[in-house]
Design a protein around this ligand. Structure first.
Ligand SMILES: Nc1nc2c([nH]c(=O)n2[C@@H]2O[C@H](COP(=O)(O)OP(=O)(O)OP(=O)(O)O)[C@@H](O)[C@H]2O)c(=O)[nH]1
Length: 133
């Protein structure tokens, strides 16, 4: 079996119930597709620790593990790895998300989530999120 790639992803939900999506920048694999903020787990990191770090690095916001609620996961064959990606929901953070890495950001109504261009792993998660919110 291909090696597992562990990635933690987060649906930030604002007061109006919209979800923050980020567009993968040019030059990265799957550039241009809309995804949930997050990233690969570092060595000895839990998914929650990785997300707290990634949200700070990518969006300059602060949150903590107790504000992250797991709602589902993706399991998807990629080119070289098999992706295993837990998705967390977060409604509580401090600061205003800004695109630190130059990525495009968009607050999206749950009903509009499934019509965005996303990596294949995200499609079932987007539908799940739309039904949940
Ligand atoms: N962050 C994130 N990654 C996703 C999603 N869906 C999905 O297939 N992936 C894949 O998961 C992997 C995560 O890579 P990443 O590039 O975001 O991770 P990173 O920032 O830690 O690493 P990097 O600095 O090496 O690019 C990529 O292969 C990416 O395409 C998603 O919704 N969010």
């Amino acid at each position: 079996m291909a090696k597992l790639l562990l990635v933690a992803a987060c649906a930030l939900i604002d007061r109006d119930g919209r979800v923050l999506m980020a567009r993968r920048p040019a030059g990265k694999e799957m550039a241009g597709l809309w995804e949930f903020p997050g990233g690969k787990l570092g060595e000895n990191e839990t998914p929650e620790e990785a997300l707290v770090r990634e949200l700070k690095e990518e969006l300059a916001i602060d949150t903590e593990a107790s504000c992250l609620a797991p709602i589902g996961f993706a399991s998807e064959a990629l080119k070289e790895f098999h992706l295993l990606m837990p998705l967390f929901v977060c409604r509580k953070w401090s600061g205003m998300p800004v695109p630190v890495e130059g990525q495009e950001l968009k607050w999206v109504k749950p009903s509009a989530l499934t019509s965005m261009e996303m990596p294949p792993a995200d499609r079932p998660l987007a539908a799940q999120l739309r039904d949940l919110l």
